[in-house]
Design a protein around this ligand. Structure first.
Ligand code: 5AD
Ligand code: SF4
Length: 464
């Protein structure tokens, strides 16, 4: 029999008053199923919601068919992310047919962006909760189970959920949010409107949480934020470089990662801190978005390609074996063939180990929404394909050059394709597949592998 274990997705100022006003729901043993879409912040937010629900007496289940409540934690960053949710809601009607009392709620960025428009969608949705109002989820579920609709979408300047213990899935890697919101206002991005202003979790609490994760047996932690290098604890005078330094010292045997950082704030101190500590992973995700200064200016990114390359060179100098990844948007308004070529040129200069590559998607409320989306769809598509093809070629070349190298690999579990083979991750964030027919290596072990073969996405190794 499968147990109802907590599992989450696979892959102003009135706030203080709110904290005391709510979360005294009974739960009545009702079971909640949470499905997560979008970024890692959402994965951790679902864990926070699960923590809040459990505290209120609700059960959290990984079996949708057994649930009384289904919550979709959503993303709004591109239109296709929202379309996915529309399709999923259509599919959920099937569960409502079986259980007429089923409650369905929308959480996250889509809830914040579309608010009341989501209520009643597909004759299903009766709860809508934005990212800063998750403390109200139990109260709203209570009401919805009684047949009422409920919406909570106020953004906060202070909410960091720093007293909530996230209900994490068992495993070796944990997410730890250190800040929320974004003040950068890149002109294409809806996040500042859906997640509100930047605010940081107090330094002492981050350290306490990371030590707890270590004590609970986690081997790796990723510090999360929309913009982690804006982290600041004003009272303790701790910025992100200092926080990372203190985290590395607090849990010296744990691997530490972070995401996402902004090239404008990639300071010398941060790079030096990464170089100084063996347990801070040699991996940096630094979204560039475009290789054209003209486009970067229109995107309000606050840096030039010259600055970006200078930062990359400094990173490579201080951390010689570093792996680099990025985000690229293709087809931003006014992007010419020359701008596009500059993006390809930048990719050839930096030679990223990995990249997340997207077509531009206009989002209402953002500044670029007012610009004419003038790159035709077929041109956007062709340019994106060129970007993807070049990236695959570069990643394949880099991975090929890893043959013969020895990597320390944190064992994750059986590989998806072949049960006799297992997979783990290098500290440069690359997946390594290795033979484990007798099950000698267990999840959480650190092993050394020699790399024998590779593709653009995966390394294949043998255990030494
Ligand atoms: N269109 C396409 N991609 C976007 N991103 C953010 N907003 C948009 C948009 N409107 C991408 C950026 C960001 C990543 C998380 O999503 O590359 O770094
Ligand atoms: Fe969006 Fe820019 Fe903030 Fe990233 S830094 S979340 S792309 S506004």
């Amino acid at each position: 029999m499968q147990l109802d274990i907590p599992i989450l997705s696979k892959r102003t100022n009135g706030d203080i008053e709110n904290h005391t006003k709510i979360t005294t729901s009974s739960g009545n043993g009702k079971k909640v199923y949470i499905e997560t879409y979008g970024c890692q912040m959402n994965v951790n937010d679902s864990e926070i919601v699960a923590g809040i629900l459990q505290k209120s007496g609700y059960g959290v289940t990984d079996r949708i068919e057994n649930s009384d409540v289904i919550l979709l934690n959503t993303c709004s960053v591109r239109d296709n992310a929202e379309q996915k949710i529309d399709k999923r809601l259509q599919h959920l009607r099937h569960y409502r047919k079986k259980n007429s009392k089923l409650v369905v709620g929308i959480l996250g960025c889509m809830a914040e962006r579309l608010r009341g428009q989501l209520m009643g969608k597909q004759d299903l949705v009766s709860i809508v909760v934005g990212p800063d109002e998750y403390r109200r989820v139990p109260e709203l579920i209570d009401q919805a189970l009684g047949g009422e609709q409920g919406i909570a979408v106020k953004l906060s300047r202070v909410e960091t959920y720093d007293d909530i213990i996230p209900l994490r899935t068992e495993g070796i890697s944990a997410w730890l949010s250190i800040m929320r919101g974004c003040d950068k206002f890149c002109t294409y991005c809806v996040v500042p409107y859906t997640r509100g202003r930047e605010r940081s979790k107090p330094f002492d609490i981050v350290i306490k949480e990371i030590v707890q994760l270590h004590e609970q047996g986690f081997k790796e932690v990723t510090l999360l934020g929309q913009n982690v290098n804006s982290y600041i604890d004003m009272d303790k005078k701790v910025d992100f470089a200092k926080l990372l330094d203190e985290c590395a010292k607090a849990v010296p045997t744990m691997r530490i990662r972070y995401t996402t950082s902004h090239p404008y704030d990639m300071t010398d101190e941060l790079i030096e801190t990464m170089a100084k500590h063996k347990n801070i992973c040699n991996y940096i995700h630094l979204p560039v978005q475009s290789g054209s200064d003209k486009i970067l200016k229109l995107m309000n990114r606050h840096y030039t390609i010259e600055h970006y390359i200078e930062r990359m060179n400094l990173i490579k100098k201080h951390i010689p074996n570093v792996a680099l990844s990025t985000d690229i948007i293709s087809g931003f308004p006014t992007e010419t063939e020359e701008d596009h070529q500059q993006t390809l040129d930048l990719m050839k200069i930096v030679r990223y180990d990995g990249a997340y590559m997207f077509n531009y998607s206009p989002r209402s409320k953002t500044k670029s929404y007012m610009m004419v989306d003038d790159v035709p769809e077929d041109v956007k598509k062709r340019r994106l394909n060129e970007i993807i093809e070049l990236q695959n070629q570069i990643a394949a070349e880099i991975n090929l050059s890893e043959r013969g190298l020895i990597h320390e690999v944190l064992v994750e579990g059986p590989s998806k394709k072949n049960k006799l083979q297992w997979q783990g991750r290098t500290d440069t964030n690359k997946v390594v597949i290795f033979d484990n027919p007798e099950g000698n290596y267990k999840t959480g072990d650190l092993i050394n592998c020699t790399i024998n073969n590779s593709t653009s996405a995966t390394l294949f190794g043998s255990v030494i």
